[in-house]
Design a binder for this molecule. Structure first.
Ligand SMILES: CC(C)(COP(=O)(O)OP(=O)(O)OC[C@H]1O[C@@H](n2cnc3c(N)ncnc32)[C@H](O)[C@@H]1OP(=O)(O)O)[C@@H](O)C(=O)NCCC(=O)NCCS
Length: 313
């Protein structure tokens, strides 16, 4: 068995493995469309894998795959950057499962992280026990706030314009404005405007804004992302919690959604009071699974971090 960056001739096998393991029965679009940066042919190679060569035919056989995406966490106050890698698209082909191959591949990724002086591996999964065996622990905090039709009982507020922005019409200056309005967190993933534009191309990702009569931006949300997040607002910003609630109420009614879930960093003050007041349900979860040797990072920095949905893999 060989562990290394994915050789070019295994790209097709990668797509088949990931589609079958992570999106069974889902045929609306191929998985590589959901990862325009990580899985596109034009992008750099962010894939690591375990494979073997068939003795008779000489053909390469993909056994396991994981994406490894070096990123930076950026601290809002100091501007300092912490290099990390996001890990995703984790799968072992069905006939190779249970042989310790993913354990080996994850250890290989950890060695890459050490070599590249990265502070942590970060990933998202419901398979907590599996990843805990591989040295990951659940850290950080995220709120999942659910709103349903009728739960936001605020008076009508005419004169505001709700807009859906088709990807091809979004300018870099508008994206830059969104980042200014985005709810502020102590530490988040650094994202260039080019990456922002590319990530908004993921199918089923909707950028919506609310403006005042004069055109001033009052709020924006990103609703949905690929296969994983229907009905979820995973990134948002607003001039006040009141405005954000009005926007969610409009979306619930216009899109005829049974509910909208708002993913949020821990909230304080008026944001907490108002966004909680109209919620049908509020849950707190860990933000991610991380593997890191750095205790200060785990206990002090990651606890203040929030990773917006567009940046997760
Ligand atoms: C989950 C998956 C990647 C595991 O790959 P694998 O190569 O079989 O894993 P390994 O053989 O290296 O297992 C390492 C350890 O985890 C355990 N393990 C494997 N799958 C597990 C699971 N689903 N839940 C809990 N533990 C699991 C193994 O028993 C082994 O433990 P041990 O060392 O104590 O014996 C593979 O089953 C898979 O591709 N599943 C479908 C896709 C998927 O769910 N991907 C993860 C999405 S985040």
């Amino acid at each position: 068995m060989i562990l290394q960056k994915l050789p070019k001739e295994l790209v097709r096998q990668r797509h088949v493995l990931l589609q079958d393991a992570l999106r069974p029965e889902f045929h609306d679009y191929p998985i590589e469309k959901e990862y325009p940066i990580l899985l596109s042919q034009a992008a750099g190679n962010y894939s690591y894998c375990a494979y073997e060569r068939c003795r008779d035919s000489g053909r390469l056989q993909l056994l396991s795959h994981a994406s490894f995406w070096p990123r930076s966490l950026i601290c809002r106050d100091s501007g300092s950057r912490i290099p990390v890698a996001l890990v995703g698209n984790v799968a072992t082909s069905p006939e190779a499962r249970g042989r310790g191959i993913m354990r080996n591949l994850m250890n290989f990724l950890w060695d890459q992280a050490v070599l590249q002086k990265l502070t942590a591996l970060i990933l998202w999964s419901d398979l907590h026990q599996f990843y805990e065996k591989l040295g990951f622990s659940m850290e950080g905090r995220e709120l999942r706030i659910t709103y349903v039709p009728g739960s936001i009982t605020l008076p009508a507020s005419p004169g505001r314009q709700l807009r859906h922005h088709p990807t091809e019409e979004i300018s870099p200056s508008f994206l830059s404005r969104l980042l200014e309005v985005r709810y502020q967190t102590g530490v988040s993933i650094e994202r260039s405007l080019r990456e922002f534009g590319e990530l908004l191309r993921i199918p089923d990702t909707h950028l919506l804004s609310l403006s005042a009569e004069g055109g001033d931006l009052l709020a924006y949300v990103i609703l949905g992302k690929g296969y994983d997040m229907p009905g979820v607002i995973h990134e948002w910003g607003a001039v006040s919690p009141h405005i954000l609630l009005i926007m969610i109420r409009e979306l619930l009614s216009l899109a005829e959604l049974p509910e909208i879930m708002l993913l949020s960093p821990p909230l304080h003050g008026v944001w907490k009071k108002e966004l909680f007041a109209y919620a049908a349900e509020i849950r707190e979860h860990h933000l991610a699974l991380i593997r890191s040797d750095d205790l200060t990072f785990r206990e002090k920095i990651f606890s203040q971090s929030f990773i917006w949905g567009l940046d997760t893999i």
